[in-house]
Design a binder for this molecule. Sequence first.
Ligand code: NDP
Length: 329
Amino acid sequence: MPYTAAPTRYDAMQYRPCGKSGLKLPVISLGLWQNFGGSRSVAEVESILTRAFDLGVTHFDLANNYGPPYGSAESNAGEVFSGALSPYRDELVISTKAGYDMWPGPYGNGGSRKYLLGSLEASLKRLQLDYVDIFYSHRFDPETPLEETMGALDAAVRQGKARYVGISSYPSEQTKTAVEILTTLGTPLLIHQPPYSMLLRRIEGGLLDVLGRLGVGCIAFMPLAQGVLTDRYLDGIPSGSRASQPGTLGAAQVGDHVLDKVRALSELAKRRHQTMAQMALAWTLRDNRVTSALIGVSSVTQLEDNVATIENLTFTAGELDEMEKILTS
Ligand code: NDP
C-alpha cells in the first residue's frame, strides 16, 4: 500500500529555532551515517524514515560518503525521497556534506571549490533531489583558504542547489572566521554540527558560546556515543551491534571504565522513568543553544525509544549534580 503520512505527525514533536534563522528543527533528527547503506534494503530504509516522519522527525542528515560503500546511504535514501516521501518534500529538511575522502585523486577530498560543488552535484543525483536544505563543509581543511570553502557554500545556495549552509567539526576560531566570510557574502551560516554527548563535551569549552553569541544553530552528532550511552552494552557486546563489527566503535570503547558510569547513570534514568538512551539525549538538549540531537538507529524500536525522549526534557539541579559526579568519578 502506498505510504500516507500520519495526520498526527506534528502533535508531539518539539521544534527549536536554528540559531537566529527562521528555520526550526525537531529536537531529535535522524542521521544516516551507518545502518542505511549497501547492506540495507530500500524497504528497510523506508520503514525507518517513514516511521521517523510519522513521529515528527522532519530532518534527515546525510553526507556524500555515508554507507558503506560511500554514496550508498544517499542512494537508498534517494529511493525513499523520490518514492514514499516525495509528496512531503516541503515538510522535510534534508542535508548532505562534503569534506572527507570521496573519490580518488586530489579533487575528491578536502575543502576546495572544485570538490565541494562537484560532490554536491553527485549527491543530488543519488538523492534524486533538485536541492538539499543544508549543504555542509564536513570539516575544516587547513590546505584550502576558508574564503574558497565558504565561497563554494555560498555558490551552492546561489545556484539553487542548497537552501542553507553549515559547517561540521570546525574549531571555534575557524567558525568565527567562517561566520564573518559568509555574512559578507550574504549567505549566513545556519548551523554547526559538532560531536556532543556526556562522554565528549568539548563544545562546552567555548564553541557553544561562540554559536550562541553569533546566532548559529547547533546540531549535536553522536549524542549516544555510538550506542555506549544506552543499555546496548550493559550485558556484553551483542552480535550485530556497532561494536561487534569492524569500524568506528572499538571494543576498547565499551570497557568497564565507561560501562560502570553508564550503569550508575541508568539507575538515575530509571528514577526519571526514562531509558538510558532517553536520558542521554535529554541531557544534550538541556541547553537551548543545542537545536537538535542527531541520532543514529539500527531499528524502528530504537527510533521510537529515542523520539520518546521528548516526554521529559527537563532535569532538576540535583539530577544534574548527580550526573556530574558520576561522569567525573
Ligand atoms: P548515536 O550516538 O546516536 O549512536 C547510534 C547508535 O546507537 C545506533 O546505531 C545503535 O547502535 C545505538 N542506539 C541508538 N538508539 C538506541 C537505543 N534507543 N537503545 C540502544 N541502542 C541504541 O549516533 P551515530 O554515531 O549513529 O551518529 C548519528 C549521526 O550523526 C550520523 O548518522 C550522522 O548523521 C552524524 N554524524 C556526523 C559526523 C560528522 O563528522 N559530521 C560524524 C558522525 C556522525 P547499533 O547500530 O549497535 O544498534
